[in-house]
Design a protein around this ligand. Structure first.
Ligand SMILES: *Cc1c(COP(=O)(O)O)cnc(C)c1O
Length: 372
Protein backbone atom coordinates (compact mmCIF):
# COMPACT_ATOMS: atom_id res chain seq x y z
CA UNK A 1 0.00 0.00 0.00
CA UNK A 2 2.84 2.43 0.78
CA UNK A 3 5.92 2.96 -1.34
CA UNK A 4 8.14 3.49 1.65
CA UNK A 5 10.09 0.45 2.63
CA UNK A 6 10.09 -0.34 6.34
CA UNK A 7 13.21 -1.91 7.80
CA UNK A 8 12.54 -1.60 11.53
CA UNK A 9 10.09 -4.33 12.56
CA UNK A 10 8.02 -2.00 14.79
CA UNK A 11 4.65 -1.35 13.16
CA UNK A 12 1.02 -0.59 13.85
CA UNK A 13 -1.31 -3.00 12.11
CA UNK A 14 -4.63 -1.43 11.17
CA UNK A 15 -7.38 -3.91 10.45
CA UNK A 16 -9.65 -2.09 8.03
CA UNK A 17 -12.12 -4.99 8.11
CA UNK A 18 -12.84 -4.10 11.75
CA UNK A 19 -13.64 -0.51 10.78
CA UNK A 20 -15.87 -1.75 7.99
CA UNK A 21 -17.80 -3.96 10.44
CA UNK A 22 -18.16 -1.17 13.00
CA UNK A 23 -19.56 1.26 10.44
CA UNK A 24 -21.89 -1.33 8.86
CA UNK A 25 -23.27 -2.35 12.25
CA UNK A 26 -23.82 1.27 13.22
CA UNK A 27 -25.73 1.86 10.00
CA UNK A 28 -28.05 -1.02 10.93
CA UNK A 29 -28.48 0.41 14.42
CA UNK A 30 -29.40 3.95 13.32
CA UNK A 31 -32.80 5.25 12.26
CA UNK A 32 -33.23 5.18 8.47
CA UNK A 33 -31.87 8.25 6.65
CA UNK A 34 -29.53 9.29 9.46
CA UNK A 35 -26.17 10.10 7.91
CA UNK A 36 -22.91 8.82 9.36
CA UNK A 37 -20.15 11.41 9.63
CA UNK A 38 -16.88 9.50 10.01
CA UNK A 39 -14.70 11.43 12.46
CA UNK A 40 -11.16 11.07 11.11
CA UNK A 41 -9.42 13.95 12.90
CA UNK A 42 -5.91 13.46 14.25
CA UNK A 43 -4.99 11.11 11.42
CA UNK A 44 -8.11 9.06 12.21
CA UNK A 45 -7.24 8.77 15.91
CA UNK A 46 -3.78 7.61 14.83
CA UNK A 47 -5.08 4.92 12.45
CA UNK A 48 -4.44 6.73 9.13
CA UNK A 49 -6.92 9.29 7.79
CA UNK A 50 -7.10 8.39 4.10
CA UNK A 51 -7.34 4.64 4.56
CA UNK A 52 -9.92 4.88 7.35
CA UNK A 53 -11.96 7.48 5.46
CA UNK A 54 -12.02 5.28 2.37
CA UNK A 55 -13.29 2.19 4.19
CA UNK A 56 -15.78 4.22 6.25
CA UNK A 57 -17.23 5.80 3.09
CA UNK A 58 -17.39 2.40 1.41
CA UNK A 59 -19.26 0.98 4.42
CA UNK A 60 -21.99 3.59 4.80
CA UNK A 61 -20.51 6.87 6.04
CA UNK A 62 -21.43 9.81 3.81
CA UNK A 63 -19.32 12.63 5.31
CA UNK A 64 -15.94 13.16 6.94
CA UNK A 65 -15.16 15.34 9.94
CA UNK A 66 -11.75 16.62 11.01
CA UNK A 67 -10.43 19.14 13.50
CA UNK A 68 -8.16 21.43 11.46
CA UNK A 69 -7.88 23.08 8.03
CA UNK A 70 -4.71 21.11 7.32
CA UNK A 71 -6.50 17.82 7.96
CA UNK A 72 -9.35 18.85 5.68
CA UNK A 73 -7.05 19.86 2.82
CA UNK A 74 -5.15 16.60 3.11
CA UNK A 75 -8.36 14.58 2.78
CA UNK A 76 -9.68 16.80 -0.01
CA UNK A 77 -6.73 15.74 -2.19
CA UNK A 78 -7.81 12.12 -1.90
CA UNK A 79 -11.59 12.62 -1.85
CA UNK A 80 -12.46 15.37 -4.34
CA UNK A 81 -16.23 15.01 -3.97
CA UNK A 82 -16.86 14.00 -0.36
CA UNK A 83 -18.38 16.41 2.15
CA UNK A 84 -15.76 17.40 4.73
CA UNK A 85 -16.62 19.29 7.91
CA UNK A 86 -14.03 20.98 10.14
CA UNK A 87 -15.35 20.61 13.70
CA UNK A 88 -12.80 22.94 15.27
CA UNK A 89 -11.37 26.39 14.67
CA UNK A 90 -10.48 27.73 11.26
CA UNK A 91 -9.15 31.29 10.93
CA UNK A 92 -10.91 33.78 8.62
CA UNK A 93 -7.91 33.50 6.29
CA UNK A 94 -8.88 29.90 5.57
CA UNK A 95 -12.44 30.72 4.47
CA UNK A 96 -11.53 31.40 0.82
CA UNK A 97 -9.76 28.04 0.61
CA UNK A 98 -12.72 26.37 2.29
CA UNK A 99 -15.20 27.86 -0.17
CA UNK A 100 -13.10 26.96 -3.19
CA UNK A 101 -12.38 23.45 -1.93
CA UNK A 102 -15.97 22.87 -0.77
CA UNK A 103 -14.92 22.35 2.85
CA UNK A 104 -17.61 23.08 5.45
CA UNK A 105 -16.61 25.19 8.44
CA UNK A 106 -17.83 25.47 12.01
CA UNK A 107 -18.82 28.99 13.00
CA UNK A 108 -19.74 30.57 16.32
CA UNK A 109 -18.91 34.26 16.03
CA UNK A 110 -20.58 36.96 13.97
CA UNK A 111 -17.38 39.00 14.02
CA UNK A 112 -15.65 36.10 12.32
CA UNK A 113 -18.35 36.06 9.64
CA UNK A 114 -18.23 39.82 9.14
CA UNK A 115 -14.50 39.67 8.37
CA UNK A 116 -15.00 37.24 5.50
CA UNK A 117 -14.26 38.43 2.02
CA UNK A 118 -17.26 36.57 0.58
CA UNK A 119 -16.92 38.23 -2.84
CA UNK A 120 -13.68 36.31 -3.39
CA UNK A 121 -15.45 32.94 -3.03
CA UNK A 122 -15.87 31.02 -6.25
CA UNK A 123 -18.57 28.88 -4.62
CA UNK A 124 -20.82 29.50 -1.59
CA UNK A 125 -19.16 28.64 1.72
CA UNK A 126 -21.11 26.14 3.83
CA UNK A 127 -21.20 26.83 7.55
CA UNK A 128 -22.38 24.82 10.55
CA UNK A 129 -23.29 26.92 13.56
CA UNK A 130 -21.91 25.46 16.78
CA UNK A 131 -24.03 25.88 19.88
CA UNK A 132 -22.31 25.51 23.24
CA UNK A 133 -24.96 23.86 25.40
CA UNK A 134 -22.60 22.91 28.21
CA UNK A 135 -19.29 21.70 26.85
CA UNK A 136 -17.75 25.14 27.42
CA UNK A 137 -15.36 24.78 24.51
CA UNK A 138 -16.49 26.50 21.30
CA UNK A 139 -19.98 27.62 20.34
CA UNK A 140 -22.48 30.39 20.92
CA UNK A 141 -23.72 30.52 24.47
CA UNK A 142 -26.83 32.68 24.21
CA UNK A 143 -29.98 32.66 22.11
CA UNK A 144 -29.31 36.28 21.23
CA UNK A 145 -25.85 35.52 19.80
CA UNK A 146 -27.24 32.48 18.02
CA UNK A 147 -30.00 34.41 16.28
CA UNK A 148 -27.69 37.29 15.39
CA UNK A 149 -25.14 34.92 13.91
CA UNK A 150 -27.87 33.11 11.99
CA UNK A 151 -29.16 36.42 10.67
CA UNK A 152 -25.71 37.67 9.60
CA UNK A 153 -25.06 34.50 7.62
CA UNK A 154 -28.55 34.33 6.11
CA UNK A 155 -28.40 37.91 4.91
CA UNK A 156 -24.97 37.58 3.27
CA UNK A 157 -24.40 36.29 -0.20
CA UNK A 158 -22.02 33.41 -0.83
CA UNK A 159 -22.34 31.89 2.67
CA UNK A 160 -25.04 29.54 3.87
CA UNK A 161 -26.19 27.94 7.12
CA UNK A 162 -25.84 24.31 6.10
CA UNK A 163 -26.04 22.91 9.61
CA UNK A 164 -26.36 23.46 13.35
CA UNK A 165 -24.74 21.27 15.96
CA UNK A 166 -23.70 20.87 19.56
CA UNK A 167 -21.43 18.53 21.52
CA UNK A 168 -22.21 16.63 24.72
CA UNK A 169 -19.90 16.67 27.73
CA UNK A 170 -21.28 13.66 29.62
CA UNK A 171 -22.95 11.33 27.09
CA UNK A 172 -20.73 8.42 28.17
CA UNK A 173 -21.73 8.60 31.85
CA UNK A 174 -24.58 7.04 33.75
CA UNK A 175 -25.85 10.28 35.29
CA UNK A 176 -28.37 11.87 32.91
CA UNK A 177 -29.13 15.26 34.38
CA UNK A 178 -26.39 17.28 32.68
CA UNK A 179 -26.92 15.42 29.42
CA UNK A 180 -30.67 16.07 29.49
CA UNK A 181 -30.08 19.72 30.19
CA UNK A 182 -27.83 19.99 27.12
CA UNK A 183 -30.39 18.13 25.01
CA UNK A 184 -33.25 20.40 25.96
CA UNK A 185 -31.19 23.50 25.41
CA UNK A 186 -30.14 22.32 21.95
CA UNK A 187 -33.73 21.49 21.01
CA UNK A 188 -34.74 24.97 22.09
CA UNK A 189 -32.04 26.60 19.92
CA UNK A 190 -32.97 24.66 16.80
CA UNK A 191 -36.66 25.45 17.28
CA UNK A 192 -35.86 29.14 16.80
CA UNK A 193 -34.63 28.97 13.18
CA UNK A 194 -35.81 27.40 9.93
CA UNK A 195 -34.43 23.87 9.87
CA UNK A 196 -31.02 23.79 8.16
CA UNK A 197 -30.06 20.78 6.03
CA UNK A 198 -28.09 19.05 8.81
CA UNK A 199 -28.84 19.15 12.53
CA UNK A 200 -26.44 16.94 14.48
CA UNK A 201 -25.49 16.36 18.08
CA UNK A 202 -24.57 12.72 18.68
CA UNK A 203 -21.03 11.61 19.37
CA UNK A 204 -20.34 7.88 19.67
CA UNK A 205 -21.72 7.53 23.20
CA UNK A 206 -24.95 9.32 22.32
CA UNK A 207 -25.67 7.28 19.19
CA UNK A 208 -24.93 3.99 20.98
CA UNK A 209 -26.84 4.36 24.23
CA UNK A 210 -29.16 7.38 24.09
CA UNK A 211 -32.58 8.00 22.63
CA UNK A 212 -32.81 7.55 18.84
CA UNK A 213 -34.36 11.01 18.44
CA UNK A 214 -30.94 12.48 19.26
CA UNK A 215 -29.55 11.08 16.04
CA UNK A 216 -31.24 14.02 14.23
CA UNK A 217 -29.99 14.19 10.59
CA UNK A 218 -26.48 12.88 11.21
CA UNK A 219 -24.22 11.34 13.84
CA UNK A 220 -20.52 11.94 14.40
CA UNK A 221 -18.94 8.49 14.67
CA UNK A 222 -15.53 8.64 16.32
CA UNK A 223 -14.04 6.28 18.87
CA UNK A 224 -16.22 3.21 18.25
CA UNK A 225 -15.55 3.30 14.52
CA UNK A 226 -12.09 2.19 15.66
CA UNK A 227 -13.62 -0.52 17.85
CA UNK A 228 -13.13 1.20 21.20
CA UNK A 229 -15.86 2.08 23.68
CA UNK A 230 -16.09 5.72 24.84
CA UNK A 231 -16.20 4.64 28.50
CA UNK A 232 -16.63 1.57 30.70
CA UNK A 233 -20.26 2.54 31.21
CA UNK A 234 -20.94 2.54 27.45
CA UNK A 235 -18.86 -0.62 27.02
CA UNK A 236 -21.34 -2.48 29.20
CA UNK A 237 -24.34 -1.21 27.22
CA UNK A 238 -23.13 -1.64 23.63
CA UNK A 239 -25.95 -2.40 21.16
CA UNK A 240 -23.56 -4.42 18.95
CA UNK A 241 -20.06 -5.87 19.42
CA UNK A 242 -17.14 -3.64 18.45
CA UNK A 243 -14.09 -4.79 16.54
CA UNK A 244 -10.75 -3.24 17.42
CA UNK A 245 -8.67 -2.10 14.46
CA UNK A 246 -5.34 -1.14 16.03
CA UNK A 247 -2.53 -3.44 17.08
CA UNK A 248 1.15 -2.77 17.71
CA UNK A 249 3.93 -5.22 17.01
CA UNK A 250 7.67 -5.52 16.95
CA UNK A 251 10.38 -8.16 17.19
CA UNK A 252 13.15 -9.05 19.60
CA UNK A 253 16.38 -7.48 18.37
CA UNK A 254 18.66 -8.76 21.15
CA UNK A 255 18.53 -11.36 23.89
CA UNK A 256 21.04 -11.65 26.71
CA UNK A 257 21.41 -13.34 30.04
CA UNK A 258 22.22 -11.28 33.11
CA UNK A 259 23.32 -12.49 36.52
CA UNK A 260 21.85 -11.84 39.96
CA UNK A 261 22.65 -8.25 40.96
CA UNK A 262 23.09 -6.96 37.39
CA UNK A 263 20.90 -4.03 36.33
CA UNK A 264 19.13 -2.86 33.19
CA UNK A 265 18.48 0.56 31.65
CA UNK A 266 19.04 4.23 32.53
CA UNK A 267 19.27 4.76 36.26
CA UNK A 268 19.82 1.02 36.69
CA UNK A 269 16.32 0.83 38.18
CA UNK A 270 15.81 -2.88 37.45
CA UNK A 271 18.14 -5.31 39.19
CA UNK A 272 17.98 -9.05 38.61
CA UNK A 273 17.22 -11.10 41.73
CA UNK A 274 18.09 -14.31 39.85
CA UNK A 275 19.83 -15.13 36.56
CA UNK A 276 17.47 -13.71 33.91
CA UNK A 277 17.01 -13.37 30.17
CA UNK A 278 16.51 -9.82 28.94
CA UNK A 279 15.09 -8.98 25.51
CA UNK A 280 15.51 -5.64 23.75
CA UNK A 281 12.69 -4.16 21.64
CA UNK A 282 13.15 -1.43 19.00
CA UNK A 283 10.42 0.85 20.34
CA UNK A 284 10.61 3.68 22.85
CA UNK A 285 9.04 6.91 23.98
CA UNK A 286 9.74 8.60 20.64
CA UNK A 287 7.29 6.08 19.21
CA UNK A 288 4.64 6.91 21.81
CA UNK A 289 5.58 4.17 24.26
CA UNK A 290 5.84 6.75 27.03
CA UNK A 291 8.00 6.13 30.10
CA UNK A 292 4.97 5.59 32.34
CA UNK A 293 4.40 2.35 30.42
CA UNK A 294 7.34 0.76 32.25
CA UNK A 295 5.93 -2.39 33.85
CA UNK A 296 3.34 -2.83 31.11
CA UNK A 297 3.07 -6.40 29.82
CA UNK A 298 3.79 -7.37 26.23
CA UNK A 299 3.10 -10.73 24.56
CA UNK A 300 5.73 -13.13 23.32
CA UNK A 301 4.91 -16.70 22.33
CA UNK A 302 1.44 -16.13 23.82
CA UNK A 303 2.90 -15.28 27.23
CA UNK A 304 2.69 -11.99 29.15
CA UNK A 305 6.07 -10.53 30.11
CA UNK A 306 6.82 -7.10 31.61
CA UNK A 307 8.71 -4.12 30.24
CA UNK A 308 11.46 -3.58 32.82
CA UNK A 309 13.58 -0.59 33.78
CA UNK A 310 13.17 2.82 32.20
CA UNK A 311 11.86 3.04 28.65
CA UNK A 312 14.44 4.73 26.39
CA UNK A 313 13.75 7.04 23.46
CA UNK A 314 14.05 4.31 20.83
CA UNK A 315 14.25 1.04 22.74
CA UNK A 316 13.00 -0.77 25.80
CA UNK A 317 13.79 -4.01 27.57
CA UNK A 318 11.57 -6.91 28.58
CA UNK A 319 12.06 -9.78 31.00
CA UNK A 320 12.00 -13.15 29.23
CA UNK A 321 11.20 -16.55 30.76
CA UNK A 322 13.67 -18.22 28.40
CA UNK A 323 16.16 -17.38 25.64
CA UNK A 324 13.91 -16.63 22.67
CA UNK A 325 15.47 -16.12 19.26
CA UNK A 326 16.17 -12.74 17.81
CA UNK A 327 13.33 -11.93 15.42
CA UNK A 328 10.68 -13.50 17.68
CA UNK A 329 7.44 -11.55 17.32
CA UNK A 330 6.40 -9.33 20.23
CA UNK A 331 2.89 -7.91 20.45
CA UNK A 332 2.51 -4.73 22.48
CA UNK A 333 -1.17 -4.21 21.66
CA UNK A 334 -3.21 -7.08 20.26
CA UNK A 335 -3.46 -10.81 20.81
CA UNK A 336 -1.28 -13.89 20.68
CA UNK A 337 -2.77 -17.33 21.29
CA UNK A 338 -5.24 -16.89 24.18
CA UNK A 339 -3.77 -13.68 25.58
CA UNK A 340 -4.72 -10.16 24.63
CA UNK A 341 -3.35 -6.77 25.56
CA UNK A 342 -5.94 -4.11 24.84
CA UNK A 343 -5.72 -0.38 24.31
CA UNK A 344 -7.96 -0.09 27.38
CA UNK A 345 -5.30 -1.90 29.42
CA UNK A 346 -2.63 0.53 28.17
CA UNK A 347 -4.86 3.49 28.98
CA UNK A 348 -5.49 2.25 32.50
CA UNK A 349 -1.79 1.74 33.09
CA UNK A 350 -1.01 5.39 32.39
CA UNK A 351 -4.19 6.82 33.87
CA UNK A 352 -5.80 8.03 30.70
CA UNK A 353 -8.57 7.17 28.23
CA UNK A 354 -8.30 4.79 25.27
CA UNK A 355 -8.67 7.73 22.81
CA UNK A 356 -5.20 8.97 23.76
CA UNK A 357 -3.31 5.73 23.11
CA UNK A 358 -3.41 5.31 19.30
CA UNK A 359 -3.25 9.12 18.86
CA UNK A 360 0.14 9.32 20.53
CA UNK A 361 1.76 6.45 18.66
CA UNK A 362 3.97 8.72 16.58
CA UNK A 363 4.40 8.87 12.82
CA UNK A 364 7.73 7.03 13.15
CA UNK A 365 5.66 3.87 13.55
CA UNK A 366 4.38 2.89 10.10
CA UNK A 367 0.71 1.99 9.79
CA UNK A 368 0.29 -1.24 7.86
CA UNK A 369 -3.20 -1.97 6.54
CA UNK A 370 -4.93 -5.31 6.54
CA UNK A 371 -7.86 -5.56 4.23
CA UNK A 372 -8.29 -9.33 3.80
C1 LIG B 1 -13.98 14.28 18.35
C2 LIG B 1 -15.38 14.72 18.23
C3 LIG B 1 -16.41 13.78 18.03
C4 LIG B 1 -16.20 12.29 18.11
O1 LIG B 1 -16.28 11.88 19.45
P1 LIG B 1 -16.28 10.33 19.84
O2 LIG B 1 -16.49 10.30 21.29
O3 LIG B 1 -14.94 9.82 19.42
O4 LIG B 1 -17.37 9.72 19.04
C5 LIG B 1 -17.69 14.26 17.80
N1 LIG B 1 -17.95 15.58 17.78
C6 LIG B 1 -16.99 16.50 17.99
C7 LIG B 1 -17.36 17.94 17.98
C8 LIG B 1 -15.69 16.11 18.23
O5 LIG B 1 -14.75 17.03 18.44
Amino acid sequence: MQNTQHFRPTKAIIDLRAIKKNVSQLKEHLQPNVQIIAVVKANAYGHGDVEVARVALDSGATMLAVATPEEALHLRKHFPNTEILILGYAPESFATYAANENITLTVYSKDWVKQLDTQSFTKPLKLHIKVDTGMGRIGVTSVEDFLELHEVISSSSNIIVDGVFTHFATADEEAEEYFNHQTQLFKHYISLIPKPRLVHAANTATMLIKDASLQFDAVRFGISMYGLAPSTYVKNKLPFPLHTAFSLETELIEVKQIQTGQSVGYGATFTATEPSYIGTLPIGYADGLIRQHSGQHVLIDGIRVPIIGRICMDQCMILLPTAYNIGEKVTLIGSQKNEEITIDEWAQKVNTINYEIPCIITSRVPRIYHTK
